[in-house]
Design a protein around this ligand. Sequence first.
Ligand code: SF4
Ligand code: SF4
Length: 270
Amino acid sequence: MEKDNFIHPCFENYKCGARFHLPVAFRCDTKCNYCKREYSDKIDRPGVSEGILSLSDVEAYIREKAALYPECRIIGIAGPGDPFANADELFGAFEIVNEKFPDYRCCVCTNGFYLPDNKERFLKSSVKYITLTINSVEEPTLAKIYDHLVLNGKCYHGEEMGNIIRKLQKEALDIIIQKENIRLKINIVVIPGINDGEIAGIVEATRDYGVYIYNLIPMLPVKGTRFGDIEQISSESLEAIKDDLRAAFPGIYIKDNCLRCRADACGRIE
Ligand code: SF4
Ligand code: SF4
C-alpha cells in the first residue's frame, strides 16, 4: 500500500483538515442493531442526513461546499445507507469528482458486503481511502449485531448470516489489498457485552492487510433500536481496551478522536 504524505483528517489523530460527504447512498443491505437511519438537519450521528443527493445535483453540491471549505481536498461517501449497496450512485459520484474536481481525493466508508460484487469497478475507481467496519469475526457475535443481511435478493439471519458476513468481509479485504495507492482504516463499533471482549480478534484477523489505522467507535445507544438500552462504553473501559491492543500489537495505530459524523457531514475535523 502507498506511503502518502497527504493528510486525511479521519486517518490521523490530529486536527488537520476538512472533508465533506456526498449523501448519495440511500439503500442498505443489512440492519445493524445499533443503527437508525433518519432524515434530519438536527440529529448529529451516523446514519443521519438532511436528504439524499441525486447524481444530477452532485456537481453543484460540491461547488457549494468547496466555496465554504476551500482547504478541503477529501470527498467521502458514508451513507446514510451503505455505499456499495448503491454502486451506481457511489461510482457515478466519484466519476463526477474525477472529471470536474480532479484535485480532490475520494474516500468511502462501508461494511464491504457488496464490495466483492463490485470488485472490478472498485479496482478501476479512484478511491484513495477506504474504511471497512468490522464489528466481529465470530459468527455468533455477528448474529447478535446484525438483524439480517440481504444478498442477491435473499435474506439471511442468525449464524448463517454471520458466516456469510465473515466471508464477505474477508473477501473485501482480499480485494482492497489488490488496489494500488489505497489507504485502509478499520472501524470497530464497540458494544458493551456484545463484542467488547473480541476486539483483539478483529485486529488479529486484519493486521496483515496493511491497515493504516484502527478506529474503535463507542456505540451510541439510539432509542428505538435493539441496542438502544445498552449503555455506551465508558472512556476508561475504552482506553483499557486500546492499551491492551497496543501491548498485544506493538506499532498499531489507533484513532483517538472519532466524531461519529453524519452521513452529510461537511467541514473541518476539530
Ligand atoms: Fe472518509 Fe469516512 Fe472520514 Fe467520511 S467519515 S471522510 S467517508 S473516513
Ligand atoms: Fe446502518 Fe450502516 Fe449498518 Fe446499514 S451498514 S444498518 S447504514 S450502520
